[in-house]
Design a binder for this molecule. Structure first.
Ligand SMILES: [Zn+2]
Length: 482
């Protein structure tokens, strides 16, 4: 996500690649599959899916768990999806609520909606699931959308369908990892899967999707789309009645820019293409057959999904351009290389911020000079450190905190984004260009399609001939002096 307006002065005051990633046929057979059928009308998505889970946990399972992100938007949720700072702009029409209602699960012994905030669907399996085996479930649900300019909701000029389906929880250390919907940061953590999606909506809508649209046919008043996406950890859709489309191509991927308010769409399309090409060259080939950048109502700024990026329509000028580049870098750091965004937010946000800065170092924009982007991160972090030291006598600058442990959105941004950028800037200065990019290329080749942990980053640098484990630890543990 990009939730920081690029006002540099204010901020300062306060290869392996494609083959390794997509070309491995045997890997595909081991991924979970979501075969989703969904129909949108009048603020509600009626949907069902055939979900196949491949038990790669190494142990027998008696139940499965799914994250129900849509439930965070209900009236009595304990974890509000929108922070107080953005409440007014997000809920543009006043209070509004949604929710995710599970209607059926089969076959199973029983199912329930539980978790810390009705955020988990727990399915007791009929016969258990031995290690290495797979089980297929049919799950039906209805997602009602709040009027909110957020990941999942009806915005004034578009409809955002992020996180619209039950997402199986990552199994680690003997249990399923349950995601609470913290308003600071992106509270998502998932493994790659294969998707086929049949989506129906009124034909008045233009539909943008994470998936490649294989076909679109009219059926009375509706249009029915068939979409697919392989090896992706999320799947999102945006629809709207006013969209124009600019199309291009970069690194073999079809590039689409959906907009309704842009006097220079060709300029944005060129920027999208340039950023896909730049990051492909620096880190490894872009992973998907399409990439859609979609202007939409998203009050916080920008939001990344595999092969689809939401850009808030309230952004303008350099903020708009920077957000496009930042979200595009997330296609490498979050979409392809996954990480636990609830616990290690710096891993994707810090590296994404630094990647965006590097883009501007080699593709100068007078309003976004590289030096200013980097200086702004140092300035913001130092301001945070000073303020907290003065108020509390000490400043907690640890980076492996759960999202809920940050005291404010401001603190989260300064640690995950700004200190994250500083960490990668430090690694680059310490190791030199050659080893730095060799390490990140190796990191991408090794972890694309998988989950990366801090250890994997250290290993990637070590393989490139740079032992930076001590630097990474000192940053993460809050001991580095900056
Ligand atoms: Zn981000």
């Amino acid at each position: 996500m990009k939730n920081k307006i690029i006002c540099l002065a204010v901020a300062a005051a306060l290869f392996a690649s494609l083959f390794a990633f997509a070309g491995c046929g045997s890997e595909k057979k081991t991924r979970n599959t979501y075969d989703i059928s969904a129909s949108y009308a009048d603020g509600t998505l009626a949907a069902s899916m055939e979900f196949t889970y491949v038990n790669q946990t190494g142990e027998a399972l008696s139940f499965l768990e799914f994250n129900l992100f849509g439930n965070a938007y209900r009236e009595d949720s304990a974890y509000a999806p929108v922070s107080a700072a953005f409440e007014k702009s997000a809920y543009y029409a006043g209070e509004s609520y949604g929710g995710m209602e599970i209607s059926s699960v089969s076959p199973c012994a029983s199912w329930s909606v539980c978790g810390a905030d009705e955020n988990i669907l727990r399915v007791e399996l009929e016969n258990g699931l031995a290690a290495g085996e797979r089980v297929t479930l049919q799950i039906g649900w209805a997602l009602s959308l709040a009027e909110v300019s957020h990941r999942t909701g009806i915005a004034p000029r578009s409809v955002n369908l992020g996180n619209f389906y039950p997402v199986v929880c990552v199994f680690e250390e003997g249990s399923f990892y349950e995601c609470e919907y913290y308003s600071d940061g992106d509270p998502f953590y998932s493994e790659c899967a294969d998707y086929t999606v049949t989506f129906r909506a009124d034909k008045k809508y233009t539909v943008a999707s994470s998936g490649k649209i294989l076909s679109a046919r009219e059926d009375g008043q509706d249009k029915v789309y068939e979409m697919s996406l392989e090896n992706a950890r999320d799947f999102a859709i945006v629809l709207g009645e006013e969209y124009s489309l600019a199309q291009g191509e970069a690194c073999g991927a079809q590039i689409m820019y959906y907009y309704y308010d842009d006097a220079a769409p060709e300029e944005k399309l060129a920027l999208i293409e340039k950023s896909i090409s730049f990051f492909s060259e620096k880190f490894g080939a872009y992973a998907y057959p399409t990439y859609s950048v979609v202007q939409t109502g998203f009050s916080i700024g920008g939001m990344e999904y595999p092969a689809l990026t939401m850009i808030g329509d309230h952004l303008a000028g350099a903020d708009y351009r920077y957000t496009i580049v930042h979200e595009t870098a997330h296609q490498w750091w979050y979409a392809a290389v996954g990480s636990n965004q609830l616990e290690n937010a710096w891993m994707d946000e810090g590296l994404t911020e630094y990647s965006a800065a590097l883009f501007y170092r080699e593709n100068p924009d007078p309003e976004l000079p590289y030096e200013s982007i980097v200086d702004a991160a140092y300035g913001a972090y130092k301001a945070l450190y000073t303020v907290y030291s003065q108020i509390f006598g000490e400043a907690d600058t640890t980076m492996n905190r759960k999202l809920g442990e940050y005291l404010s959105e401001y603190q989260y941004v300064c640690i995950a984004y700004d200190k994250g950028l500083i960490l990668f800037d430090t690694l680059q200065k310490e190791t030199g260009e050659k080893k730095f990019f060799a390490a990140l290329k190796g990191y991408y080749a090794d972890r694309a399609g998988k989950i990366a942990r801090p250890e994997h980053l250290k290993t990637a640098f070590k393989k490139a001939g740079a032992n930076v484990a001590g630097i990474i630890d000192s940053f993460v543990d809050g001991k580095a002096v900056i």
